[in-house]
Write a protein of this length. Structure first.
Length: 182
């Protein structure tokens, strides 16, 4: 499949936190494009000169996804070579467990485990290295625009009642608005 838009688009947005010592500075933010479904991924893989069709690839990946979830739910980290390691982690409640409750047996995991998360650690070995700084080299980073939060209800003073939208202005247009030559 030919890549229509190989760029990794970056917007920049202004820090509007008045209590921050970096108030007013601009910071990059990845532009999220369309999420690719399992079917879309399978179609993409099949178009890469694969001897297997989308249906076969999809069947294998669905089975793999189910097995990965099953293994993670049993506490097993799963390594997918060339991609990384998926590991289960737990988030505890704020209060924790007292030593007295531990000694008295007055605890169970459901009461002190708030959530179970899945952590992903990218592959970091030789040609399969996709750790953050190495992966950046594979991305065609391109600045797209300025992302701003626009207040739709300037007359409302109660912050909880305000309504905002995100507006992205292409960088060249934003520079013109600022009377700066691109």
């Amino acid at each position: 499949m030919a890549v229509n838009n190989p760029q990794f688009l970056i917007n920049v947005r202004k820090n509007l936190n008045l209590r921050s010592n970096t108030y007013g500075k601009y910071y990059p933010k990845a532009v999220e494009k369309e999420t690719i479904s399992l079917r879309g991924l399978c179609k993409h893989m099949a178009e890469h000169q694969s001897i297997y069709g989308r249906d076969i690839i999809e069947g294998v990946l669905k089975k793999m996804a189910g097995c990965v979830v099953e293994l993670l739910s049993q506490g097993n980290p799963v390594k997918l070579d060339g991609l990384g390691i998926f590991s289960p982690t737990v988030q505890s409640t704020k209060d924790g467990i007292s030593e007295e409750d531990l000694k008295a047996g007055k605890w169970n995991p459901a009461s002190y485990v708030k959530a179970v998360h899945i952590r992903f650690r990218p592959e970091g070995v030789s040609e399969d290295n996709i750790t953050s700084r190495i992966f950046k080299k594979q991305c065609a980073l391109t600045t797209y625009g300025i992302e701003e939060k626009v207040d739709l209800t300037p007359e409302v003073t109660d912050v909880s009642q305000k309504k905002f939208i995100k507006r992205v202005t292409p960088l060249t247009d934003w520079l013109k608005e600022q009377n700066v030559e691109p």
